[in-house]
Design a protein around this ligand. Structure first.
Ligand code: ZN
Length: 156
């Protein structure tokens, strides 16, 4: 069958940036599994998966706009260190604000904390190498839970 809305798709992938640096890979793990059409993978990759089938290999280049977004300068901020009260703050730490945004501490210097709330892959053109290992219909349970059950998905 061909990939369409509510297909469960399993695939292996390698993700590189434009310079060929490896960002992520499913090698050595279960194939990644998702429900097609639900926005569970980046939009630029999901569009290219449409209509493909088991055994297909594809090379997909995804611009930041259809990947993890462009860098938002508003999300690069300096905050006075005393705003954190007694909490220990160091470079490399991450924390989440009530709006679910994850912030990374880039640097702590001169009583200020430099924060970046952009996704680590914001602004990056993504180069995916994909091999589709399985395509099937989602079960009613999977659709109601909003995730895949079994290999590459949830076990419960
Ligand atoms: Zn479930």
């Amino acid at each position: 069958m061909r990939i369409a809305k509510n297909s469960v798709v399993s695939f292996h992938y390698t993700l590189n940036d434009g310079e060929g640096k490896l960002l992520d890979t499913s090698a050595g793990r279960d194939a990644f599994a998702y429900i097609h059409g639900g926005g569970m993978i980046v939009p630029g990759l999901e569009e290219e998966m449409e209509g493909k089938g088991k055994g297909d290999s594809l090379q997909v280049q995804v611009a930041p706009e259809k990947g993890y977004g462009v860098v938002d300068p508003q999300l690069v901020q300096r905050v006075p260190l005393d705003r954190f009260g007694d909490q220990q703050v160091e470079e490399g730490m991450q924390f989440q604000t009530p709006d679910h945004r994850v912030w990374s501490v880039m640097e702590v210097k001169d009583g200020e904390v430099f924060l970046n709330g952009n996704h680590p892959l914001a602004g990056v053109t993504l180069h995916f190498s994909v091999e589709i290992t399985d395509v099937r219909e989602a079960t009613a349970d999977e659709l109601s839970h909003g995730h895949v059950h079994g290999p590459g998905g949830h076990h419960h």
